[in-house]
Design a protein around this ligand. Structure first.
Ligand code: PLP
Length: 558
């Protein structure tokens, strides 16, 4: 079966990502990394960038989150059937894992844009009857906790992905690795180019996402050698991926001529972490149309026609009358409030200042920082003047992350009657879209410098929702105090001890909430709407994947 697009001979960018957020019904994403992959595919289709994407089928998904009466997270498999949503692309390719041939097939999803652009996305799947039963399960679970399965997944993605694109007949101009999970593609390319590392480097682009040493994906050679039997491959991995252990980031760095971090600050942090490599910065964005709520889409269509494929037009948001901006926001807010109340039995009110917080639950994101000092929080929130909507999943193996989910539920009970808190279970793309549009203020409190970029705040900005966040990742570039939103804690260049940093952050959280944000929201509505306008005209105008992809094309792909 030939690929669906006419121009198969056109050289393409092959985009590899372990996770991919394309639709809520396709649960093959865990967080920002996957949503970014989805937004890259959506913007590339709109801009008619010749891109083809590869990911894993993850038939059991990441997981479905259920919360019990004690606030504990339970994980249920989220089974989905690729055959119901897309077609088998045809070819079978084989990789060798632990001495067995493992067959792979690919399901093709085509992202179609109203501009006529199309980007095919292939979901690699080992669930084939010819495979041994352990091998059929390789592509079941996204980010499974078992290291052996995880490395097998990376063989399927990296090596299998290159072979599949070849079998499908795509001539590839560049291979773009979204994080190191797909770095084994470099090994595959070395063989195709007579082990000429220069040739391979010219073809590879690597985007790193992890600002700390411990976060990098690595494997001991005992495990690697168990799964990869070829002596030449073993030697190549040691040469390019590290002597003592296989570090997928190092492998990707050594085999890519173009490397970038996902925000300027992240570039600086990565450059310090990996001496001797040149790392550029292309700050992340989000797909404007996807993350703009229907109420604002209508408004932008009327006043800024063409905005969806040219988000720069948002620079003219001042042409939209303030009352319409407010009405559009209230429409999204009512929809969120009704949804959350119906789903969780909470008592949110659409006239109350609403903080939104949603992301992966893991310690560095500090989802409970806001609740560090409850007396100060109570005071900052006035009597019933602030409510909070929260969502997020913890990785099944992240015990501390799961404890944070439980802690938020405990706090919700403790604060009942004083501060209304709704926790929406099973965070996904649809819930994200509702939350970023329906909150009044989008909160982010990560531990610096762990937030490589962050993107949910950019989604909020597209809906006129200002950010109130720690100065890390993208917000360092987006924050203009009192103009686009508010900062929490010290500026990035400020050298402060962890204790001083924390007390600075808590002072900002409680003081700005109580003395700046709350009074502005309730008493100076016109000035509040100006901040909303700036979120659109200054933040969304820039932090979108259309701008980002144009930069990838001119700086990394051409
Ligand atoms: C946008 C998004 C994320 C990323 O959020 P951050 O706050 O940037 O970490 C994670 N999960 C889902 C479902 C999203 O839509």
């Amino acid at each position: 079966m030939p690929p669906p697009e006419g121009v198969i001979h056109e050289q393409r960018i092959a985009y590899f990502s372990m996770e991919c957020g394309i639709l809520s019904q396709i649960p093959t994403y865990a967080g920002g990394l996957g949503i970014l992959a989805g937004d890259i595919i959506r913007s590339s289709a709109d801009l008619r960038i010749p891109l083809v994407a590869v990911t894993l089928a993850s038939r059991h998904g990441y997981f479905r989150q259920e919360i019990d009466g004690e606030g504990r997270q339970h994980e249920l498999p989220f089974e989905w059937d690729p055959g119901k949503l897309m077609e088998d692309a045809g070819p079978r390719v084989t990789v060798r894992i632990a001495g067995r041939d493992v067959q792979i097939r690919a399901w093709r999803y085509v992202q179609q844009s109203p501009t006529g652009g199309k980007v095919p996305l292939y979901f690699l799947d080992t669930d084939l009857s010819g495979n041994a039963s352990v091998d059929r399960e390789i592509t079941d679970q996204l980010y499974g906790s078992d290291r052996r399965v995880r490395f097998a997944q990376e063989i399927v993605l990296g090596c299998g992905g290159v072979r599949m694109l070849e079998a499908l007949g795509y001539p590839i101009r560049k291979y773009h690795m979204n994080e190191g999970h797909s770095a084994l593609l470099g090994l595959e390319l070395l063989h195709r180019h007579g082990l000429d590392e220069g040739e391979v480097r010219e073809r590879c682009v690597f985007t790193t996402h992890t600002p700390i040493e411990a976060g990098h994906d690595r494997f001991g050679y005992a495990l690697v050698d168990d799964l990869i039997e070829d002596d030449a491959d073993r030697a190549l991995l040691r040469k390019y991926g590290g002597e003592d252990e296989l570090n997928m980031t190092v492998l990707a760095l050594n085999l890519s001529a173009y490397v970038n971090g996902v925000a300027k600050r992240h570039r600086d942090v990565s450059t310090r972490m990996f001496r001797g490599y040149t790392i550029y910065a292309i700050t992340n964005g989000v797909h404007s149309f996807t993350w703009t709520a229907p109420s604002f889409r209508r408004l932008f269509d009327r006043y800024l026609p063409g905005w969806a494929n040219e988000p720069e037009l948002l620079v003219r948001q001042q042409v939209i009358p303030n009352e319409y901006v407010w009405q559009a926001h209230q429409e999204s807010k009512r929809s969120l409030v009704e949804y959350a109340n119906r789903l969780t039995g909470s008592h949110l009110c659409d006239e109350t200042l609403t903080l939104g917080y949603a992301r992966r639950f893991t310690p560095y994101k500090r989802p409970t920082l806001l609740f560090s000092e409850l007396e100060r929080l109570r005071k900052a929130c006035g009597c019933g003047k602030v409510q909070i909507v929260i969502a997020g999943k913890a990785h099944p193996a992240d015990a501390l992350g799961k404890a944070l989910v439980a802690e938020v539920h405990r706090l919700r009970k403790e604060l009942a009657g004083e501060i209304e808190i709704a926790f929406i279970p099973d965070y996904d793309m649809d819930i994200a879209a509702r939350l970023v549009a329906g909150a009044d203020v989008w909160l982010n409190t990560p531990e610096r410098p762990m937030e490589a970029s962050g993107t949910s705040g950019m989604k909020a900005a597209h809906n006129g929702v200002p950010n109130f966040s720690v100065l890390d990742g993208w917000w360092i570039e987006g924050c203009i105090e009192d103009v686009t939103g508010w900062s929490i804690g010290p500026p990035p260049e400020e050298e402060v001890s962890p204790e001083d940093g924390l007390s600075w952050e808590l002072d900002d959280i409680y003081n700005k909430l109580g003395y700046v944000i709350r009074p502005l929201y309730y008493r100076r509505r016109d000035e509040w709407i100006e901040v909303m306008n700036n979120a659109i005209g200054t933040v969304a105008y820039y932090f979108n994947t259309h701008r980002m992809m144009r930069r990838y094309v001119t700086e990394a792909y051409l």
